[in-house]
Design a protein around this ligand. Structure first.
Ligand SMILES: NC(=O)c1ccc[n+]([C@@H]2O[C@H](COP(=O)([O-])OP(=O)(O)OC[C@H]3O[C@@H](n4cnc5c(N)ncnc54)[C@H](OP(=O)(O)O)[C@@H]3O)[C@@H](O)[C@H]2O)c1
Length: 281
């Protein structure tokens, strides 16, 4: 199968290229196709004739989205609708990723796949727009919501460095690091997410929305402590309130994505240890 991965040099794109090994994988990043350029997309994608389109390209600067909501909506919203329309015209499936930030995070019980989005920041609004336009444009989609991704350093030098990698690097250099002990979420290893994505395709799972995150939740501080312990370092990790690291966005406090269709990915601590002990940092 000819698989086109867009935004393919980012964190998740790199893991997907590995997970889909054995298929004819074509990796395009911004240099090959700016997904916000609909004219180019309408020309280049049909020329390639992919049999599956996976979109990982996104505006991922969550704070920056507050200052540039139009650009975030263009990339995370309008462009997704265009890609979905192209997939429909080609008669192929599209896979797209969204986020726990489409929810307001007030429900401590978590959110099922069919819960209604109610974003409270600009990034969340842009991703919720992408979800809506995708669903309006095509039926043959997998819309996968996930959270707090980490994995090896992405190939794209401009791609966002994950919290896990940042803390792992800092903890090697410093005697003490501090981290926010608020905002519980599921830290998710991109390798696990990419393999689960491939399973959906392999098993011809019903189209629709899926929640794919690690099992279990942690605050940033709890995750930082686990990173230091997994690396066998003596670095002291200090819990601090969010006010110690103010951010521009409003952050949903509890964003558990409940999965009612497929099993959750493995426990977050096991996945984290696997990543930290098998990847050079
Ligand atoms: N990272 C997380 O914690 C997280 C959490 C929940 C959901 N998600 C979702 O998961 C998906 C993958 O995220 P990720 O962390 O892998 O992102 P990433 O590492 O930032 O990768 C995104 C890739 O897309 C490229 N890109 C940006 N703008 C583009 C454009 N206009 N046209 C084509 N390519 C463009 C980027 O290139 P440049 O580097 O040159 O910009 C980068 O290579 C996204 O939909 C994201 O919203 C991520």
């Amino acid at each position: 199968m000819k698989v086109l991965i867009l935004g393919g040099k980012g964190l998740l794109g790199g893991a997907l290229a590995k997970a889909f090994l054995g298929h004819n994988v074509i990796v395009w990043d911004r240099a090959e196709l700016d997904i916000a350029d609909e004219t180019s997309a309408r020309k280049k994608i049909p020329e390639l004739r992919p049999e599956l389109i996976i979109n990982c390209a996104a505006w991922n600067d969550v704070d920056g989205a507050e200052d540039h909501p139009d650009q975030a909506e263009r990339l995370n919203g309008t462009a997704v609708g265009s890609l979905a329309a192209i997939a429909r015209e080609l008669g192929v499936t599209i896979i797209h990723y969204s986020t726990d930030y489409v929810f307001d995070g007030t429900n401590r019980e978590g959110y099922d796949e069919d819960a209604s989005p109610n974003p409270i920041n600009a990034y969340g609004r842009s991703k919720a727009l992408g979800e809506r336009l995708l669903r309006e444009a095509i039926d043959e989609f997998y819309l996968i919501r996930t959270s707090r991704l980490y994995g090896p350093r992405p190939e794209s030098p401009a791609a966002k460095i994950s919290f896990v990698l940042r803390i792992a690097e800092l903890a090697r250099l410093k005697r003490e690091v501090s981290s926010v002990d608020e905002e519980s979420g599921a830290f998710t290893y991109v390798k696990d997410l990419a393999e689960a994505t491939r399973r959906l395709v392999r098993d011809s799972a019903p189209y629709g929305i899926y929640h794919l995150t690690s099992s279990g939740q942690a605050t940033w501080y709890q995750c930082a402590k686990e990173i230091v312990s997994s690396l066998g370092l003596a670095t002291v990790v200090r819990p601090v309130p969010r006010s110690a690291y103010p951010v521009r966005r409003v952050i949903p406090p509890y964003t558990l994505l409940r999965s009612t269709k497929v099993p959750h990915l493995r426990d977050w601590k096991i996945a984290l240890r696997d990543f930290l002990t098998t990847n050079p940092i």
